[in-house]
Design a protein around this ligand. Structure first.
Ligand code: NAD
Ligand code: AKB
Length: 317
């Protein structure tokens, strides 16, 4: 077991619940925190504290009392929820990050992980094989806050020597914890509905292609980035990482290989416009070259694993 003391902020969410468990296998002290209670597995496997990242006093107290040396700051308001409440999204995503960056510098935290997203790109970005460095004009409040966040991270690395590391996750798919209010959440819900009702109504249209990733790849990649020697991490804003891209129609066809009578129909809503402003596929050559990023799951491998595992945990949609 490694000895660093790790703080996870936003540990009850889709990523946090799985990242906490993965880090608890490696580190002796992993403190899970969130506004809300985590699932049973996280609750019973180590310490949990209720923490609002917007409360500076509580944040500093938590870091000091637990002698925290690494922070994973995951708390955020995602794209679809953010469009319904832009003020909240800006406050949590921007003020939350600033408070964490400052706390890390003031309290001598050694390393910070903060995730960005493909939502930092916008309608003027090249959509196929989107490069690491390109035009970025996001038009959701989520994307705007994450793009500004990337600049803050780079600034704290350059000016304050903070070892901050980040990836731009694509849409993440998992079965343990429901999606957190994102545009890519349809790609999670589809598996639960396929298994339960053999039918799904998709809120994106059938040919909407988006970059996606299965959670085991995302968790492994995150930990590999954080464990890599500092000199290998050349990008301190955020790295493009990529695994698979598909449309709802292609995902439905993958499910039909395992559930032949599965049916899908389409009722696009406000999330369609958000999806259309994002890349269809991502070029992650820089992450591959710098720290060895490599995905493992393809679409059919993920579909099989999702369908095999749904129903074996307490996850609900
Ligand atoms: P999620 O919504 O499932 O989890 C976020 C957690 O943050 C929730 O448990 C919520 O209770 C908590 N939270 C919200 N406000 C808080 C506050 N003020 N103080 C403390 N906790 C608070 O989100 P997720 O999918 O787990 O995403 C985690 C991070 O990864 C986010 O920064 C998100 O932008 C990023 N990301 C996620 C995806 C994805 O597909 N899941 C893709 C790209 C980037
Ligand atoms: C969302 O859809 O908002 C997230 C993301 C891609 O950042 N899943």
């Amino acid at each position: 077991m490694k000895n660093d003391n790790i703080l996870i902020i936003g540990a009850s969410g889709q990523i946090g619940s799985e990242l906490t468990m993965a880090l608890r296998k490696m580190y002796s002290q992993v403190i899970a925190t969130d506004l809300r209670e985590p699932n049973q597995e996280v609750m019973e496997s180590g310490p949990f504290e209720r923490l609002d990242v917007l409360n500076k006093t509580s944040l500093h107290y938590c870091i000091k009392r637990n002698n925290i040396t690494q922070v994973y700051h995951l708390a955020a308001i995602l794209s679809a929820t953010g469009e319904k409440n832009p003020e909240l999204a800006w406050r949590v995503n921007m003020k939350g990050l600033r408070q964490v960056l400052d706390a890390c510098v003031e309290l001598d935290v050694k390393k910070l992980f903060w995730p960005s997203t493909i939502a930092v790109f916008g309608p003027t970005t090249p959509r196929q094989n989107t490069p690491q460095w390109t035009v970025m004009e996001p038009n959701t409040i989520y994307g705007i806050s994450k793009q500004a966040g990337e600049r803050w991270c780079d600034y704290y690395f350059q000016k304050k020597n903070l070892d901050v590391r980040s990836v731009r996750y694509p849409g993440l798919i998992s079965y343990k914890t429901p999606g957190g209010g994102g545009t890519t959440d349809y790609a999670i819900d589809i598996y639960f509905e396929a298994k339960k009702n053999k039918h799904f109504t998709c809120f994106l249209s059938k040919n909407t292609r988006l970059p996606m990733m299965y959670m085991p790849d995302a968790i492994r990649g995150t930990i590999e980035l954080m464990e890599a020697p500092a000199e290998k991490i050349k990008v301190r804003s955020s790295y493009n990482i990529s695994a698979i891209d598909f449309t709802p129609k292609e995902q439905a066809a993958s499910i039909q290989k395992y559930i032949p009578d599965f049916k899908i129909d389409y009722a696009p809503d406000f999330r369609q416009k958000i999806a259309e402003s994002w890349p269809e596929s991502i070029d992650d050559a820089v992450a591959k070259n710098d720290w060895g990023w490599k995905p493992e799951f393809d679409l059919d491998g993920m579909t099989k694993d999702m369908l095999d595992n749904i129903g074996t945990t307490a996850a609900i949609v």
